[in-house]
Design a protein around this ligand. Sequence first.
Ligand code: ZN
Length: 190
Amino acid sequence: MAVLKVIRMGNPILREKAEAVSMEELKSPAFKTLIDDMFESMEAHQGIGLAAPQIGVSKQLAIIGIPEDNPRYPDAPETEQYIIINPKIKVLDTKLQGFWEGCLSVPGLRGYVERSRKLQIDFTTLEGKSERLVVEGFVATVFQHELDHLEGKLYIDRIKDTRKLVFNEEYDVFIARDEDDDEEDDKKIV
Ligand code: ZN
């Protein structure tokens, strides 16, 4: 296994629509190695999701897994580890929820993004089967963020108020602290 380099905003691969993964490719040992390396890389960079384009592979593949006590998102709920291949998203609740997002491909920054609260994802598993997942809340935001990478989109594209794009250190000092004091605010910070 290997920790892979995460490419950063400016690399055109992050702006491409990723290619579907074929069944043949899915079954290859190289594909399993790629996924193992992606998990190792995600953990090394303390990420909670990683899309294949972020390591320079323009394929419809993303992994998501929120461990307990993740230092970048300390309030996020723990989840199992998902491997999502060739996904199709359907929005189940058009109401929006806002979270402060970060991205390993846009290091050092956080931005406030509003996304759908609940969605259904149809995808192919590593075994080549079709599976359906329904996710909501913060986990739905993580899925939308990662699956956006497969469409060549970054979270910064979805920031409506660019005053809400800030550096991590300033986020900690000026935003996380204030939000902790404001229990009325339903716009959770993670
Ligand atoms: Zn990202």
